[in-house]
Design a protein around this ligand. Structure first.
Ligand SMILES: Cc1ncc(COP(=O)(O)O)c(C=O)c1O
Length: 379
């Protein structure tokens, strides 16, 4: 049986960068072998390793025995650190990844006959394999357009008022991403306006904060200003892209909504038995501000990259550079030449749109080397 399955297995389809030897194609497996194996890349902040502060805390947690399933001191400390960060009593749950955080929290916000309003490039729509609809037992995502990857209050209102008959999946949740999938940011005023519109129509506000740290670092605001004070009910707070090995936190500011989320997470296969090893890195990252330092650094590298490439010939910046990424339109020949030089990056945004993502460990040398190669290829 096992060999039969193996024989039939389709090639693994993950959205990755092209292989180094083949022509660029947005949906083929990478071949990060040979001299590119340990090189820092611009493909994804998931390519980076574990930040030292997270690693140290992980090692510290690895001593003796501790209660399982989150009943350990590390999990308590991590949740308290998140409450301190947001300066409010909120309910915190740790899960393994962003897809689970988004899907389970959205499922917890609505019934199966409800709908979730989100941007048409939202990760929950494009990159979670239908998990939000699956975990919400069929709740529908209603896709809205919006400049620079952002929803706006008028668009939300139009979607809510479009129909109110029995045949329509009733809007119940608005989901926004901060920083957005195209590397832009909602200002505090923009989140507040969306929060107010959501409230006016009885909608819950969900925030996908896979890169929340980058947003806070770039906006220079207190985390509370772009979350609960602006009307966010639940935040999926990103850990992995910030430098943690595995894990995201689901943070319910609306504590009524959190009721029985522990059961949903368990049912969804997201309750880690050795939870201290998911929780401890959060303590390491939050206790001395490492989370913000690393995010600021990644943002700074993206700014540098933008400054070095934005005026190169045949290079067109696609979105405002506001967090830790730069989105560019490059000629196909340049993309191919860069792949040939060993660089890996996604090129799935539109026709020729490339995402260059900086991480906590991206160095100025990496940025300058990439920019120099790009300059050479478009010259
Ligand atoms: C905007 C956004 N949300 C959520 C996620 C988390 O997804 P994953 O399930 O891969 O942790 C990602 C990862 O790329 C993302 O970019």
């Amino acid at each position: 049986m096992a060999s039969e399955q193996a024989g039939q297995a389709a090639p693994l389809r993950v959205r990755t960068v092209p292989s180094m030897s083949s022509a660029p194609s947005s949906r083929t497996l990478p071949s990060a072998e040979g001299n590119t194996a340990s090189r820092r890349q611009f493909a994804s902040d998931n390519y980076a390793g574990i930040a030292p502060e997270a690693w140290t805390a992980l090692a510290e947690a690895n001593s003796g025995h501790a209660p399982a399933y989150g009943n350990d001191p590390w999990t308590q400390r991590a949740a308290d650190a998140i409450r301190d960060l947001f300066e409010t009593p909120c309910d915190v749950f740790f899960v393994f990844n962003g897809t689970a955080a988004n899907s389970l929290s959205l499922a917890h916000c609505c019934q199966s006959y409800h709908s979730i309003l989100c941007h048409d490039v939202a990760h929950i729509e494009k990159d979670e394999c239908g998990a939000p609809e699956f975990f919400a037992n069929g709740s529908k995502l209603l896709l809205l357009p919006g400049e620079n990857g952002k929803l706006n209050p008028a668009g939300i209102e139009e979607a809510v008022l479009r129909r109110n008959d029995i045949h329509y999946p009733k809007p119940r949740v608005v989901s926004i991403t901060q920083a957005t999938e195209v590397g832009t940011l909602y200002s505090p005023a923009e989140v507040r306006a969306i929060g107010a519109m959501a409230k006016q129509h009885g909608l819950r506000l969900h925030m996908d904060g896979a890169r929340f740290a980058n947003a806070v670092a770039s906006l220079g605001v207190a985390p509370r200003e772009i979350t609960w004070q602006a009307g966010v009910d639940v935040l999926c707070l990103g850990g992995t892209k910030n430098g943690i090995h595995v894990g995201e936190a689901v943070v319910f500011f609306n504590r009524d909504l959190a009721r029985e989320f522990d059961l949903r997470a368990k049912q969804g296969g997201q309750l880690c038995s050795k939870m201290r090893f998911v929780a401890a890195p959060w303590v390491g990252m939050l206790q001395n501000g490492a989370w913000l330092r690393h995010a600021s650094h990644a943002n700074r590298m993206a700014r540098l990259l933008h400054s070095l490439i934005h005026d190169l010939p045949r290079v067109r910046i696609l979105f405002p550079q506001e967090a830790n990424s730069v989105f560019v339109d490059l000629p196909k020949t340049a993309i191919q030449a860069l792949y040939g030089r060993g660089w890996l990056f996604y090129n799935f945004i539109g026709e020729g749109g490339c995402r260059l993502m900086c991480s906590w460990d991206t160095t100025e040398e990496d940025v300058r080397a990439f920019a120099a190669d790009l300059r050479a290829t478009v010259a």
